[in-house]
Design a protein around this ligand. Structure first.
Ligand code: NAD
Length: 498
């Protein structure tokens, strides 16, 4: 049995803990590896090494950092297929989808390649007679990323390229369910010329996470995962004085208005609901059909759901793979049954799907539930599986109010041909990322990604300008270079301009 170990100071590292967690192949439903789970002492060792590496890296020139980032970009680009296979084997998503997440991660690396421009400060000449003021930003120290299973390459890449470009060292604690891609990423950073210790990987569960949150050597934590854990991370990291951004779960709604192109909307709804088996924080899990759009939307998505090709992610014909674990499958199947019991109408049922040759795999087929209401579990819970709940509303205002009453606020979309309805929607919804005829509105790397309400704890979104701001802090200098001593200028009242 393969054992996946940690990465410390440019090498694979065993640590001291012998506790492990099982890494499955979700398509086969079998164990394929085990991963070490770090102890507090292991995390402390990694954090101390990262602190030492920070001392040197934070003094590196912008040109040195940029050279490493460009080299890293080329290396990741050259290993897309290998990374995608690691993702598919441990997560289950189809290879093209895995390659897509790497591409979106690469865009963050490309953004970070512009760090000399991103870190340019301000300068004000002559703010007072013979006095100038200027500002610049410095790195924080050791920063850490704690990441979820659903994007094992992209979500960490929302963080580490920007953090490292800013001069920090980085400790990644990836999901213990799909840890292998992070090890290849660590190797690629080393090959790109990043000094040893600037990027370390520590695998683990709650024990490792708590050690990160409590470590005096770690200055900031970026977290992405479920809402209860995000809330916990935010509270505990804040209590130990860390800067923290904690992105949580989601329930993303798409409104379909009667004036929309229903065929276009249905195709995009199905791709957004069932792509990656619904295990995306930006997946559409609730469609709100307005007025006369209702029946035609349900009819169209039900027909399309039946055509989705489900099977092993390694088979390039397939469009949707398994969900990540047997526990996830059982939970999703249970919620579908509860939805039916609570009065929803099942128009596409993926509970019994069996894939020939993969009978033990964790598969759930595309599922559509109509006549869902906001009190049902299938609506209130984040299902994180291939399940689309369809709700009905009479007007666009009613649909917007429904979205705003939901505790999550990650992403949302509207399908319409009306500019005024779209404008009302974009101004009215209390959600961080909005799509207009775009169902999965993940911002490009040079914008920042983040939700509102229970989808984000903290005040900074990830990557883009807010990422640079999160991983740095400002200094403002007020300077005077007297040509001769002006002792008479010294004053005991509060400094004001002259
Ligand atoms: P998760 O919350 O179970 O795990 C995320 C990380 O937290 C993992 O590294 C895990 O090891 C750690 N963790 C788990 N339980 C912990 C505990 N009790 N104490 C301390 N640490 C703990 O999330 P997941 O199942 O890996 O990922 C799916 C979730 O992530 C979904 O809710 C999804 O919406 C969310 N997500 C959100 C975004 C976003 O941008 N908002 C992006 C991707 C995923």
């Amino acid at each position: 049995m393969k054992t996946i170990k940690h990465w410390l100071n440019g090498e694979i590292w065993e640590g001291t803990s012998t506790r492990t967690s099982t890494v499955f192949n979700p398509a086969l439903g079998t164990q394929q590896a085990e991963v070490l789970l770090a102890s507090k002492a292991d995390v402390d060792t990694v954090a101390a090494a990262s602190r030492d590496a920070y001392e040197l890296w934070s003094q590196s020139s912008l040109s040195q950092r940029t050279k490493v980032l460009f080299a890293f970009r080329e290396l990741v680009n050259g290993h897309i297929d290998e990374l995608a296979e690691l993702i598919t084997d441990e997560h289950g998503k189809v290879l093209s989808d895995a390659a897509g997440e790497i591409q979106r991660g690469l865009e963050v690396v490309e953004f970070a390649c512009g760090i000399p421009t991103l870190l340019k400060g301000d300068y004000s000449d002559q703010v007072s007679t013979n006095v100038d003021t200027y500002s610049f930003r410095e790195p924080l120290g050791v920063v850490s990323g704690i990441t979820p299973f659903n994007f094992p390459v992209m979500v960490p890449m929302w963080m580490h390229p920007v953090a490292i470009a800013c001069g920090n060292s980085f400790v990644l604690k990836p999901s213990e369910r799909d840890p292998s891609a992070s090890m290849l990423i660590a190797e690629l950073w080393k090959r790109a010329g990043l000094p040893d210790g600037v990027f370390n990987v520590v695998h683990g569960d709650k024990e490792a996470v708590d050690a990160i949150l409590d470590s005096p050597d770690i200055a900031a934590v970026s977290f992405v995962g479920s809402t209860p854990i995000a809330r916990y991370i935010h509270e505990r990291a804040s209590a130990t004085g860390k800067r923290v951004q904690a992105l949580g779960g989601a329930k993303n709604h798409a409104i379909v208005l009667p004036d929309a192109d229903i065929d276009f909307a249905a195709k995009h709804l199905v791709a957004a609901a069932f792509g990656s088996a619904g295990e995306r924080c930006m997946a559409i899990s609730a469609a709100v059909a307005v007025g006369s759009a209702g029946d035609s939307v349900v009819e169209a998505v039900t027909a399309l759901a039946a055509d989705v090709k489900v099977g092993s992610g390694r088979d390039t014909d397939n469009e949707m793979g398994p969900v990540v674990t047997a526990a996830a499958r059982d939970r999703i199947v249970g919620l579908i049954s509860t939805g039916e019991r609570q009065g929803a109408k099942l128009t596409a049922d993926g509970r019994e799907v069996v894939i020939p040759g993969y009978e033990s795999g964790y598969f759930v087929g595309p599922t559509v539930l109509d006549n869902v209401t906001t009190d049902m579990d299938v609506y209130r819970e984040e299902i994180f599986g291939p399940v689309l709940a369809v709700l009905r509303a009479e007007t666009v205002d009613e649909a917007i109010a429904l979205i705003n009453a939901n505790p999550y606020g990650n992403g949302t979309a509207i399908f319409t041909s009306s500019g005024s309805a779209a404008r009302k929607f974009q101004r009215g919804v209390k959600v961080g990322m909005i799509g207009i005829n775009v169902p999965v509105p993940v911002p490009m790397a040079y914008y920042s990604f983040g939700g509102w309400k229970d989808s984000l704890f903290g005040d900074k979104h990830v990557h883009g300008p807010e990422g640079v701001s999160f991983y740095t802090r400002a200094k403002v200098v007020t300077a005077r270079w007297p040509e001769e001593h002006h002792a008479a200028d010294a004053s005991y009242h509060f400094p004001t301009s002259k």
